[in-house]
Ligand binder design. Structure first.
Ligand code: ADE
Length: 659
């Protein structure tokens, strides 16, 4: 009995010792512990790929996380934390929660910390207390991080005391997380019959805001710009910093004319009127002279893309101010453009293109020629793809077809895309009908490469960020010839925006598209590296090389100019993928470069450029940007004995029109 009593005492001691040991082990909390890592955030919750957890050194340690956002990329660092110490300079007062709910510190929404007491509770951090899941509200960005929706002031329209001068603060006290990561913060100030209002919202800059495309959405401050041509005084700004649409800058240049006028004494106003009239007359004369001069310029400068193109684009933007309300927007049924369709000028896979008259005034005589691409309702997807490509205002370029607007013509069950009209038609038709001179070859070739380089670029010539686009159906029939004999790219029905927005399935299905005759070997074989955006560009460069060859084949500088033939044989022959595979992959065949092409130094240089662009190895091909630069040398290469002047094809036995 005594033995039994001693045994049970020992057992009790053993059990209580073990439980004490267990308790002390439990007190050392286990937390996730990783150096800063890019985090992926879905709606309210951010996680990293950290897989390290450890028992904290201190018995009272809690799990903690530091969250920050740099250029839109969210980073998270996880660790154990002694709650009696400060974290990032602040003492945490709420660490008893089982979830790690972030608190903003130092008044900066881009730096947040959290602490919690659950087991490995810092493996996910919450932006707010309630965790809602929404797969659509985060976007992967280059570098593995995730872009979170922006925080913006969001009060819609409120009356304001701001008088559109100097710096104004919105009176909006509501901060919202924008719905999608593409949205930026926008403020719009307007005055109607003396009442000023301020609208604060989130907005996706891919779409127009009050008919205007936002051009300043990459800026960190909201600098107000006046919108001309509105009935009210109307200013808009956009920006991409947290809550940046709270603090509005009205610079001197953006002060509304009316405000300046109102602040002038009437006497001064009267004395200024003659001077104003003289200034307007001077500017108008200058403008007309310049427009006249530009129209008469036969060969615009061809050096360096960038500041030059930037200036051209900006001047086009200036000139089209009044009409730009329609540019790049969907024109809804209520306000369809007054367009009268003329002849069909082109037929594509999904649509046909008409020449058309866009009425400009009350009379029938005043109109602008436009092209209307008409899609049947069944081809909604193609219309939408092309419209989406055109909707990126950063795509605007001299060598990309100018887009005017898209319309849903419900009554005719048709979708329209309205663009500039180019009377020379497409490059294939043009080359069929014309033999060109050396200067025209350089102009057509260089502008083609510039168009492709702009499409592929991730910056505009002015340095603004741009989504790279690949065409995927480059061919001479998808290039238009402008009246100044430069090219512009058209038909973006198969194009892709390389902005990480494609799902893996979409990517997997995007391997083999285009026209067999112009397909790069890796596209014919369906061996395109779908994970590398450069490989799409390399395939475009291959197709561009074939078009450059077509242009060269019709240039008098090569000597004996034959009738136009597309690459790999007769136009009427339908070439299928299988037969192209035999030629291009098995036999490594490329269009013929006759011996005569080597007699002209410039053609020789161009030929080697073309060969580098159609290399079997996609990685070995030049970039389109590099081809633009090559044209600098090609254009200035020694003039050969062959006349560089445009020669009529009629002279050489062709039925040809003079360009
Ligand atoms: N063919 C296709 N699009 C065209 C356009 N915009 N102008 C002239 N011809 C075309």
């Amino acid at each position: 009995m005594e033995r039994l009593a001693v045994g049970s005492v020992l057992l009790v001691c053993l059990l209580s010792g073990a439980s004490a040991l267990l308790q002390s082990a439990n007190q050392h909390r286990v937390c996730q512990s990783c150096d800063p890592q890019p985090a992926s955030c879905k709606w309210n919750r951010c996680v990293t790929s950290c897989s390290v957890s450890k028992a904290c050194p201190g018995p009272d340690d809690v799990c903690a996380a530091v969250w920050w956002r740099d250029a839109g990329v969210v980073m998270v660092e996880t660790r154990c934390h002694d709650p009696l110490r400060s974290l990032k300079g602040v003492m945490l007062d709420s660490y008893n929660s089982s979830d790690c709910v972030l608190t903003v510190i130092n008044d900066s929404p881009n730096l947040r910390v959290c602490a919690c007491t659950g087991h490995v509770c810092n493996e996910r951090v919450l932006l707010r207390k309630t965790a809602e899941e929404d797969d659509t509200s985060s976007t992967a960005v280059h570098g593995g991080g995730f872009r979170l929706p922006q925080l913006c002031r969001f009060c819609d329209i409120e009356s304001t005391a701001c008088n559109a001068s100097g710096v104004c603060q919105s009176s909006c006290n509501l901060t919202s997380i924008c719905e999608s990561p593409g949205e930026v913060c926008v403020s719009a100030w307007r005055r109607n019959k003396g009442n000023a209002t301020l609208e604060t919202v989130c907005h996706n800059p891919a779409f127009p805001f009050y008919g205007q495309y936002l051009t300043d959405y990459n800026s960190s401050d909201c600098v107000m710009k006046q919108v001309k041509g509105m009935e009210d005084d109307f200013f808009i700004c956009s920006c991409n910093r947290e809550e940046c649409n709270d603090h509005l800058l009205f610079t001197h240049a953006s002060t509304p004319q009316e405000t300046i006028m109102q602040s002038f004494p009437p006497v001064l106003l009267v004395s200024l009127v003659p001077a104003l009239i003289a200034a307007v007359a001077f500017i108008t004369t200058f403008y007309f002279c310049r427009a006249f001069h530009q129209q008469n310029l036969k060969a615009p400068k061809t050096k360096g893309i960038d500041s030059e193109t930037c200036a051209i684009i900006m001047s086009v933007d200036d000139r089209s101010d009044s009409s730009s309300a329609n540019a790049n927007s969907l024109n809804h049924n209520t306000e369809l453009l007054p367009i009268q369709l003329d002849a069909i000028v082109g037929k594509g896979r999904f649509a046909e293109v008409h020449r058309a008259k866009l009425k400009q005034g009350a009379t029938d005589e005043s109109f602008q020629m436009v092209a209307v691409k008409i899609f049947p309702y069944e081809e909604f997807a193609s219309w939408k793809t092309e419209w989406e490509i055109f909707s990126d205002s950063e795509l605007r370029h001299d060598n990309v077809l100018q887009f005017l607007t898209a319309e849903d013509r419900k009554s005719g069950r048709r979708y329209w895309l309205i663009t500039a009209y180019h009377e020379h038609g497409n490059l294939q038709e043009f080359l069929t009908q014309h033999v060109i001179g050396w200067d025209e070859l350089c102009r057509l070739g260089r502008s083609l490469a510039r168009g492709v380089a702009h499409l592929h670029a991730d910056r505009t010539p002015c340095g603004r960020a741009k989504v790279p686009i690949v065409h995927r159906d480059l061919k001479s029939a998808n290039v238009l010839v402008k009246t100044d004999l430069s090219c512009c790219l058209c038909d973006f029905g198969l194009s892709l925006r390389l902005d990480n927005s494609m799902s893996p399935e979409e990517l997997a299905n995007s391997g083999q598209v285009g026209t067999a005759r112009y397909m790069a070997p890796e596209v014919l074989e369906s061996r395109l590296d779908l994970e590398n955006i450069e490989s799409f560009k390399q395939a475009d460069v291959y197709s561009m090389a074939l078009v450059l060859w077509e242009i060269t084949s019709r240039c008098s500088a090569i000597g004996d100019v034959r009738d136009y033939e597309p690459p790999f044989g007769k136009l009427k022959d339908h070439l299928c993928v299988e037969s192209m595979k035999d030629d291009v992959i098995r036999d490594r065949l490329r269009p013929e470069i006759p011996a005569g092409w080597t007699n002209h130094a410039g053609v020789l240089l161009l030929t080697s450029t073309i060969e580098e662009c159609w290399d079997h190895d996609p990685e070995a091909r030049l970039t389109a940007h590099c081809v633009v630069e090559r044209f600098g040398d090609i254009g200035s290469a020694a003039i050969s004995p062959v006349s560089a002047d445009t020669k009529s094809a009629r002279d050489s036995g062709n039925d040809e029109k003079e360009p």
